[in-house]
Write a new protein. Structure first.
Length: 130
């Protein structure tokens, strides 16, 4: 893990290739995203009931492998793909592609992060901007 998280390099998520005009890149406040994502039906995989992120050892096996891959990329200084976020049916933030990147960096204390969101969700994401 790099000691200086300010030197991270992000690339566009390859999931955007099929619909690049559908998304926009923004920078979000990680803590605000985490607070909203806590309501996600998928949060239990990465989050404890009190809202803290699980350690790598506490994650399900598949998620451990995903986190380990992100950790390896960080150690090697490789660029990371921007996660894709959206607003779910319960009006909370959902993390689509790039969940392991977003949550691993959140676990390491990153305060802000570049992400992609659907252009149609720009208004809903205004409270989450960094």
């Amino acid at each position: 893990m790099p000691s200086d998280l300010t030197n991270l390099h992000f690339t566009d998520n390859p999931a955007l290739r099929s619909r690049p005009d559908h998304y926009v890149a923004i920078t979000v406040d990680v803590a605000k995203i985490m607070k909203s994502w806590r309501s996600s039906l998928f949060a239990f995989e990465w989050m404890l009931p009190d809202g803290r992120l699980k350690s790598c050892e506490e994650l399900p096996a598949g998620e451990q492998a995903r986190r380990a891959a992100v950790e390896a990329s960080l150690r090697q200084g490789q660029p990371l793909e921007k996660p894709i976020l959206g607003i779910g049916m319960m009006d909370n933030v959902e993390i689509g592609a790039g969940r392991a990147v977003f949550l691993t960096l959140a676990a390491h204390g990153l305060k802000t992060m570049p992400v992609h969101i659907p252009k149609t969700h720009q208004k809903e994401f205004s409270p989450f901007l960094a």
